[in-house]
Ligand binder design. Structure first.
Ligand code: HEC
Ligand code: HEC
Ligand code: HEC
Length: 289
């Protein structure tokens, strides 16, 4: 009887607590819906980010002025900080509790003391609210509002001569890479050559997608993003493989070294930069069970 009661209680707790989290867990949930209003496309400008700059500029400004004994500006800055902090606290109801309006008021009042010790002490609890919210919410916000999705990107495959989405293209690129290594191990060099040829063309074509996201003058310049991951060096080492294969007696050491270089310098490094957020976006897009 007691055991049944215990089991029933455990079952009830499991029902009530939707997910049991452990200390080291870091859950990346989508940001609250109400934040949409403060980012494009709903808002013309990223208003949340701008509000953060206002808060941060005023908050940090107090300490700059304090060092300079410029108390007039320090007090004005503290007031501006309080206004903007209070304003932000109203914007996203789900985040209301992450602001500490009392601590913010105390900090602003402390500045009129003109006593650096008191001011620093009062700033502690405020700064804690900044970092507490940031450590939890940066990644969700970046994934939702800053990292463009690859979903809408189409690439024309240079071998099949058809348009396909990014992921499908990646699988083809990946197949070519595998065909190269598997056939090399089996000493089927003609097949390696053919695969390397396709692989080279696909890597080159991959360059055409960069400009879909990297559109500013800044990133389109001569020293552009294309000098990473899909640069001439990568194309050249594939050319080296092809040349070596043409001799009929390719050097295995050289081949495997080049394969590893491509795997790290192209595939892995690009994935670290670009695929991380894609993984988060795709997890959010999956239908909930
Ligand atoms: C309720 C959550 C929350 C609180 C509290 C908060 N922030 Fe933020 N802050 C954010 C989020 C979310 C971002 C990311 C915005 C983005 O990338 O668009 C951010 C970004 C920033 C940035 C970087 C802006 C950029 O251009 O990348 C600064 C600076 C900043 N916050 C300062 C502060 C300061 C200073 C405080 C405390 C006085 C504070 N924030 C309190 C949520 C918060
Ligand atoms: C789906 C959009 C998207 C595509 C496609 C894309 N990138 Fe990026 N990439 C980004 C974003 C977002 C960042 C983060 C920083 C930024 O905005 O520049 C980034 C960062 C980078 C960085 C880090 C340094 C920097 O300039 O920001 C490099 C290098 C880079 N990308 C290279 C490339 C290359 C090369 C291609 C094409 C083969 C490419 N990217 C395609 C979105 C993309
Ligand atoms: C320009 C950056 C870039 C380069 C270079 C790149 N990838 Fe990718 N790759 C991506 C992105 C972004 C995704 C995520 C696409 C998606 O999920 O829709 C991806 C996804 C993949 C996937 C499928 C998703 C998965 O489960 O991992 C495979 C396989 C893959 N890449 C293999 C490779 C191989 C092999 C290379 C090197 C020969 C390579 N990629 C080079 C950006 C790149």
């Amino acid at each position: 009887m007691k055991i049944r009661l215990l089991l029933a209680t455990v079952a009830l707790i499991l029902l009530v607590v939707p997910k049991i989290l452990f200390a080291g867990d870091y859950v990346i949930s989508p940001p609250p819906k109400s934040l949409d209003k403060f980012y494009p496309p709903e808002s013309k400008t990223p208003r949340w980010t701008q509000q953060m700059h206002k808060i941060s500029g005023a908050f940090g400004g107090v300490f700059v002025d304090m060092k300079e004994n410029d108390w007039k500006n320090a007090e004005a800055g503290a007031k501006r900080f309080l206004e903007n902090y209070r304003e932000a606290a109203k914007w996203v109801p789900e985040w209301e509790d992450l602001f500490d309006l009392n601590a913010a008021k105390k900090f602003t009042d402390s500045v009129t003391s003109h006593d650096p010790k008191q001011i620093k002490k009062a700033s502690g609890p405020v700064a804690e609210t900044c970092s507490k919210c940031h450590s939890k919410n940066y990644l969700p916000v970046w994934a939702r509002y800053h990292m463009p999705s690859v979903k809408k990107i189409k690439i024309t495959d240079p071998i099949a001569e058809e348009e396909m989405d990014y992921k499908a293209f990646m699988y083809r690129l990946s197949s070519n890479f595998k065909e190269m290594t598997v056939n090399f191990s089996q000493e089927q060099y003609m097949k390696v050559f053919q695969a390397a040829n396709h692989f080279q063309k696909r890597i080159k074509e991959l360059r055409s997608v960069c400009s879909k996201c990297h559109v500013s003058e800044w990133s389109r310049s001569a020293v552009s993003v294309r000098q990473f991951f899909v640069n001439d060096d990568i194309l050249e080492v594939i050319q080296d493989i092809k040349k070596d294969l043409a001799t009929g007696e390719p050097n295995p050491e050289k081949f495997w070294e080049i394969v590893e270089t491509i795997g790290v310098q192209s595939c892995k490094k690009c994935h670290l930069v670009h695929q991380s957020f894609t993984l988060i976006q795709q997890a959010w897009a999956e239908p909930k069970n």
